[in-house]
Design a protein around this ligand. Structure first.
Ligand code: SAH
Length: 259
């Protein structure tokens, strides 16, 4: 038997935020390799009785590849369950290349990224008419360097929404880069830890100046999304440009203007 390996986005943590397709694959899986440091074990709750389930937290890439190949030799459906969406900071291609080389079929099922779940948790929007219409998903350099031109300071110069992954221990660098790009010290910043994890989510709102202190006070040092955006707090603004789509004076394909 040669099975197929599915790279499934588990979503941000809440087991209800996996896609219907992802859940169906888990229910059919003979083996599941899950990213234990970030995928809530509850995500494996859809696995059938007798399914082989392994946490990849302590495995190297080579060990994971060997495990997946071995599982595919014995099961029709094998799932590699990854946090959020597999195409974001998920080492996807490093994992699929050896499978292709071994002649194993694989496919990807997208997932709800933690960037989206974090905005949702806080009731924030990532885009707003006439404020920003662009979202940048990025990180700051840790052990993985940033390619030239992608330094946070350069990206922040666009004044768009920035969803900053993998950087909560580098908040000082985020602060420095935003200020150097001309953002105000009192510009709002949102940090969400374990967005959507039942009972474990933490939401911290602050400014560039005080966000680090606030996160330290909340003991947030991992599994957190940083969102810097000119849209933050818009729910409480006195004035807001309307979205054209719902404006009575604006016609579009599905609706004629009424005014
Ligand atoms: N593929 C994932 C990202 C993996 S990188 C996705 O699409 O979300 C890991 C980083 O994602 C963490 O450092 C953190 O910045 C973020 N992250 C993952 N899950 C999160 C969650 N539930 N809440 C907040 N941030 C999360």
């Amino acid at each position: 038997m040669t099975g197929k390996i599915w790279f499934v986005g588990a979503g941000p943590g809440d087991p209800e935020l996996i896609t219907v397709k992802g859940r169906r694959l888990l229910e059919a899986a003979g083996a599941i390799l899950f990213a234990g440091s970030l995928v809530d074990q509850a995500a494996t709750l859809y696995a059938p009785a007798g399914c082989e389930i392994r946490d990849s937290k302590d495995m190297t890439l080579e060990e994971m590849t060997a495990w997946l190949l071995d599982a595919a030799a014995r099961h029709a459906t094998v799932v590699r369950l990854q946090t959020g969406d597999p195409g974001l900071y998920g080492a996807l291609i490093e994992m699929t290349r050896p499978l292709t080389a071994a002649g194993i079929e694989w496919a990807v099922v997208p997932g709800v990224s933690s960037a989206l779940a974090s905005a949702a948790a806080a009731g924030e929007t990532l885009t707003l008419p006439e404020v920003t219409q662009t979202v940048i998903l990025t990180r700051v350099a840790g052990r993985t360097p940033m390619p030239p031109g992608e330094e946070l300071e350069a990206l922040a110069a666009h004044r768009t929404t920035l969803c900053i992954f993998l950087s909560i221990t580098l908040l000082h660098e985020v602060q420095r880069a935003l200020l150097a790009a001309g953002w105000a010290e009192d510009a709002p910043i949102l940090v969400v830890q374990k967005a959507s994890w039942p009972g474990e989510e933490k939401i911290v709102r602050g400014t560039i100046a005080d966000i680090k202190k606030k996160c330290q006070a909340e003991k947030i040092a991992a599994q957190a999304m940083i969102i810097a955006s000119p849209t933050l707090g818009a729910a409480d603004w006195p004035e807001l440009a309307r979205s054209k789509l719902y404006d009575p004076s604006f016609s579009h394909r599905f609706r004629r203007a009424s005014e």
